[in-house]
Design a protein around this ligand. Structure first.
Ligand code: ZN
Length: 283
């Protein structure tokens, strides 16, 4: 568990554990001879990926950004990705109960970002965080429910449809402030409506950039994932992101980095992107 403060906000990384991606899919068009200098693959060419959620405590609200894979993954997917299901235990070890969460923000609805939104209780699917208001982009949900052949495996209806039916999940249309200092911003590329979460307090800024830049190994503009639906937009969105985040020294928070959940990203004197990890207090 890593913790830091950003102005008046207290940020803590809570992981749902480690899971596995095919290395080729994780790095898209980048040849293995290049990516294996940064990340080692196992004998099946799989690489380790993190599932980093962030708990934001404002003093008034407790907000959970992203909910990992959860514990409802179908067997055929569990075999490949694994299902660590550690988030609730880790929250509990940090003194946080599901009842205490006021707001949940999902950047998009892929199974590895909203799995703990709900849990199975007997024959029913119920919210894991009963008192929370959940947020996602309406366009993301529309895409999910259309079940395209390309990516329908990534969208598991029980992670979100029960919350939408009950009115507990609000569908957003574009950029929005959620509470003062915390807002969402759409960055197309990975999906058309993926939203990043902006945190601002006391003149400092951080951004949970989600799958637009999944790990510190993906910070170069063209190092997108094979899963990106709109790879050209990924590059444009990254340009827009860096144009603000570098001069304003935003702390970038990485969903899938198994080692470095947050870092300052900048360009070195040769034009290469570098990430300087935040050395935060381990709690
Ligand atoms: Zn995704």
């Amino acid at each position: 568990m890593q913790r830091t403060t950003l102005g008046d906000l207290e940020l803590t990384i809570f992981s749902d554990g480690i899971y596995y991606f095919d290395g080729g899919a994780f790095f898209g068009v980048i040849p293995k001879v290049m990516w294996q200098k940064k990340v080692k693959a196992d004998e099946d060419n799989r690489v380790r990926a993190g599932l980093n959620s962030v708990l934001v405590q404002t003093g008034k609200e407790i907000i959970l950004i992203e909910t990992g894979i959860g514990n409802k993954l179908p067997e055929r997917m569990r075999k490949f990705y694994g299902q660590p299901a550690e988030l609730l235990d880790n929250l509990s070890a940090g003194g946080i109960s599901p009842d205490g969460i006021d707001i949940v923000i999902n950047t998009h609805l892929h199974f590895d970002h909203c799995g703990w939104n709900t849990v199975r209780r007997g024959a029913r699917i119920v919210p894991t965080f009963p008192k929370a208001k959940y947020y996602v982009q309406e366009g993301e949900w529309q895409h999910a429910r259309r079940q395209f052949e390309r990516d329908r495996i990534s969208y598991i209806s029980e992670n979100y449809d029960p919350l939408i039916e009950s009115g507990q999940m609000e569908l957003l249309r574009g950029d929005r402030e959620i509470v003062p200092g915390i807002s969402v911003r759409v960055f197309p590329g990975h999906t058309a409506h993926m939203q990043a979460v902006m945190l601002a307090s006391g003149g400092q800024k951080a951004c949970y950039i989600s799958d637009l830049i999944p790990t510190t190994a993906h910070i170069e503009l063209s190092w997108g994932m094979g899963y990106d639906l709109y790879p050209v937009d990924t590059i444009e969105s990254r340009k827009k992101y860096y144009a603000e985040s570098i001069p304003e020294k935003w702390l970038t928070i990485f969903t899938h980095d198994p080692q470095v959940p947050w870092a300052y990203v900048k360009r070195d004197t040769r034009g290469k992107m570098v990430a300087r990890a935040l050395t935060s207090s381990a709690a």
